[in-house]
Design a protein around this ligand. Structure first.
Ligand code: KIV
Length: 291
């Protein structure tokens, strides 16, 4: 699919921020989607724990396991060899201890070949960020609306909309950069706040629902292509409606099968030349009760 491009590295992403070029980022959970993203030239892919909702039909991200993330990350890596692929640390893969954080972040690299890991939380996860960095792994922080701890936030609510809340988001952002993380994702934060953070931090600051002033944008692929049906967050722009296209194709297939118009001759493997007379004789023998 298209020309081979050079592998995107963390240095390339930093250089894009430094020269003011926007970074493009999407989630992906499977091989074909990763291939499409690679062909479309996206720089970054996230194997997000949103796969819990988008692929497995869970109500949230909390039930997602490391083993599930690894399987999907392997497939994405195979489909997008040159994109910068991040594995999303699922709930309880890092909250429990530094040792668990390093072991699970390391699994993403060893078993799936990702380039970096992302974990939710600010000041309170700084020790985990440091531990993973000490293992030589690139880390992306994720603050603002953090779905794994949305219970504590009172639901999936935008953060930083008051001065007090904005200060907390800014303190988290500064702590993550100070800890040594090389990327930061802001989710559902006002553009006034995210713009300030993007200017203030030297590392690339990416947005999902955090407005246009960040160094790049992330969307969930299932939202972008119109596949995820349960709900659509305010920040999503749908670029296609594959749910309609796929359902319509399935409906047409079912109609053809019922009507006997599929398969037709062009979809059949006929017997090889010179075999049909012998086969007619075989059929006759069966019909006479023999073989
Ligand atoms: O899992 C995911 O896709 C995410 C995004 C919501 C940022 O973490």
């Amino acid at each position: 699919m298209g020309d081979k491009r050079k592998k995107v590295s963390i240095l390339d992403l930093q250089a894009m921020k430094d020269r003011g070029e926007k970074i493009t980022w999407l989630t992906a959970y499977d091989y074909p989607t990763a291939q499409f993203a690679e062909a479309a030239g996206l720089e970054m892919l996230l194997v997000g724990d949103s796969l819990g909702m988008c692929v497995y039909g869970y109500e949230g991200t909390v039930p997602v396991t490391m083993d599930q993330c690894i399987v999907h990350a392997e497939a994405v890596r195979r489909g997008a060899p040159s994109a910068f692929v991040l594995g999303d640390m699922p709930f309880l893969s890092y909250q429990t201890s530094d040792v668990d954080a390093v072991r699970n972040a390391g699994r993403f690299l060893k078993e799936a070949g990702v380039d970096a890991v992302k974990l939710e939380g600010g000041v309170r996860v700084v020790p985990r960020i440091r531990a993973i960095l000490d293992a030589g792994i690139v880390v992306c922080g994720h603050i603002g609306l953090t779905p794994q701890s949305s219970g504590q936030l009172g639901g999936h609510k935008a953060q930083g909309r008051t001065v007090d809340s904005a200060r907390l988001v800014i303190e988290d952002a500064l702590a993550i950069q100070d800890a040594g993380a090389q990327l930061l994702l802001l989710e559902a934060v006002p553009p006034e706040v995210s713009g300030f953070i993007a200017r203030r931090l030297s590392i690339p600051v990416l947005s999902i629902g955090a407005g246009p002033f960040c160094d790049g944008q992330l969307l969930i692929v299932s939202d972008l292509i119109g596949q995820f049906q349960a709900f659509t967050p305010k920040f999503v722009k749908k670029y296609a409606n594959v749910a309609e296209v796929i359902t319509e194709a399935m409906r047409a297939y079912a109609k053809d099968v019922k009507a006997g118009t599929f398969p037709d001759d062009e979809h059949c493997y006929h017997m090889l030349k010179g075999e049909t007379d012998g086969f007619a004789e075989l059929v006759k023998r069966y019909e006479k009760g023999g073989a």
